[in-house]
Design a protein around this ligand. Structure first.
Ligand code: BES
Ligand code: MN
Ligand code: ZN
Length: 502
């Protein structure tokens, strides 16, 4: 797909399709009025009937009249007050998804309304539009059945229509950036969507090394024997219940010991539970198939370091992805088993289904041993976060506060939503083990907070935790995305790393 930026009036651009975003109270006095006049006045009529704003992001196909385009599509973007970068991205994504089963070689998106919605940030509008087109084009059905026609058409050309007089070069650069970030998200989504019988820890490690190879990253895979020598007791306790052995996947960019321009060596840590049955503390059958998605954090950090290497080659960065399969069996950890973590703490495994924090804790310690100065982990960690925040806002914890400010700033550049939850020292006594240092699970009340507090015990440098259990994949239909993994947090991690670019 070529991306072209044209600073022109929307009615001057020829394409198979022209996308017209609408939000707030569309004023037909301005350029929209001119588009309407030239297309035969149908837009105003349909708008008057309420047809163009009946459903968020729902696109309508209109007649082109005397415009030099094959057809028109309006996309309703909701109220002006709630318009943000995510909205801009969804507009582009829903337009492209609406084309599934139809043919279009070139699509033009009028940036005007997106720019207006973003308070004049035309650069951001271009980036999010391109990213939205790439992410909207993702279709999981093509992962196994390549001949499926469920996917939107592959475009030859995306034309972004900027306002007349806007310099095109910086907009083109922004659009390319959006494309690269979208492609990275799609790499994560493709991997996460693949099934448990397909992507075992060994396969995830192979895929990670192939991605590393293609992007000039160093790849080190720690098997169960080396993990035992190193003392990764929590990681091994989860992995040992499965015939599919665990792998600690480590990808690196930049010179050994190098820091970025902010003096950081950032490590991205991703939960890679290729299937989470719960282990001996086995889960109920309903929705257990969703637990193949419990590796999404790992897929996200593997994709994110690859994306960063495309946008800022050589930037010092570490990705650590502990990959395991959490299964019941005679080799599994039992409730009540006590293991020694890599950082020396003795952990009492009360519930084998609280496995994510066990593998993440050792991965965080290992990242610090590799010289990481700042940590961010991303994990489908708790059902509780989905209950608390639903499927459109991810949870977060961080310590200390200034590091959260940087993560939050990265999230807002990326156009992603996280809600920070508190670490509550009053709850620490509830986490104490009778026999060891701490338990991995306890009462339901406060369990979300304690999931963060558990991880808080496994770092000595600034750390943030992103809980994407509610947001990692869609189980409902939306106009702007396929069901399955949605790539959440990838762009935030990329923005956070890129902040350290010289
Ligand atoms: N992988 C699950 C969390 C999850 C739930 C992810 C729903 C995606 C959707 C995690 O390992 C888990 O089982 N968490 C337990 C923790 C509890 C035992 C303390 C949970 O949330 O019930
Ligand atoms: Mn679990
Ligand atoms: Zn899990």
């Amino acid at each position: 797909m070529q991306i072209r930026v044209v600073s022109a009036r929307p009615w001057e651009v020829s394409a198979d399709l022209l996308v017209i975003p609408l939000s707030g109270e569309p004023a037909f006095a301005d350029e929209l009025g001119e588009i309407d006049r030239r297309s035969g006045g149908e837009l105003r009529t349909l708008h008057g009937l309420g047809e163009l704003r009946t459903k968020a992001y729902c696109a309508a196909l209109g007649a082109p009249g005397e415009l030099p385009v094959g057809r028109l599509m309006t996309v309703w973007a909701g109220k002006a007050e709630t318009f943000d970068r995510e909205t801009a991205r969804r507009v582009a994504a829903s337009a492209i998804r609406r084309l599934a089963g139809r043919s279009a070689d070139s699509v033009a998106i009028w940036l005007g309304p997106l720019t207006k919605g973003l308070g004049g940030e035309e650069i951001a509008a271009a980036e999010q539009a391109a990213r939205g087109v790439v992410e909207g084009g993702f279709e999981p059905k093509t992962i196994y059945r390549e001949d499926s026609d469920a996917a939107p058409p592959k475009l030859d050309e995306l034309i972004l229509v900027a306002s007349p007089g806007s310099p095109e070069a910086p907009l083109r650069a922004a659009a390319e950036r959006g494309r690269i970030i979208g492609e990275g998200a799609n790499i994560a989504r493709r991997l996460a969507n693949r099934s448990g019988n397909d992507v075992t820890p060994v396969v995830l490690a192979e895929e990670a090394c192939a991605i590393a190879e293609a992007h000039g990253l160093a790849c080190d895979v720690i098997d169960e024997h080396r993990a035992a020598e190193l003392g990764m007791g929590m990681f091994l306790a989860v992995g040992k219940g499965s015939d599919n052995p665990p792998r600690m996947i480590v990808l690196r960019s930049g010179d050994e010991g190098a820091k970025d321009s902010l003096g950081r060596r950032l490590a991205l840590i991703g939960k890679g539970v290729c299937f989470d049955s719960g282990g001996i503390s086995i889960k109920p059958a309903a929705h257990m198939e969703e637990m193949k998605m419990d590796k999404t954090g790992a897929c996200t950090v593997i994709a994110a370091i690859a994306t960063v290497s495309r946008l800022a080659p050589g930037l010092p960065l570490i990705a650590v992805a502990p990959a395991v399969e959490n299964m019941p069996g005679s080799h599994s950890s039992r409730p009540g088993d006590i293991v020694r973590a890599l950082n020396g703490q003795w952990v009492d495994i009360i519930n084998t289904d609280a496995e994510g924090r066990l593998i993440l804790g050792d991965a965080m310690t290992y990242a610090e041993q590799l010289g990481a100065t700042h940590l961010v982990d991303v994990a489908t960690l708790t059902g509780a976060v989905a209950r608390a925040l639903g499927n459109m806002v991810s949870g977060a914890f961080a310590n200390p506060d200034p590091w959260w400010d940087e993560v939050a700033a990265a999230a807002s550049r990326a156009g992603e939503r996280f809600w920070r939850l508190p670490l509550v020292p009053d709850y620490a006594p509830e986490m104490e083990s009778v026999y060891g240092d701490l338990v991995n699970s306890g009462a339901a009340e406060g369990s979300l907070v304690r999931s963060g507090m558990f991880l808080d015990r496994f770092h000595t440098v600034p750390w943030a935790h992103l809980d994407i259990a509610g947001t990692a994949y869609y189980t409902k239909r939306y106009p702007f995305a396929a069901r399955g993994a949605c790539g959440v947090a990838h762009a935030t991690l990329v923005e956070l790393a890129l902040a350290g670019r010289a």
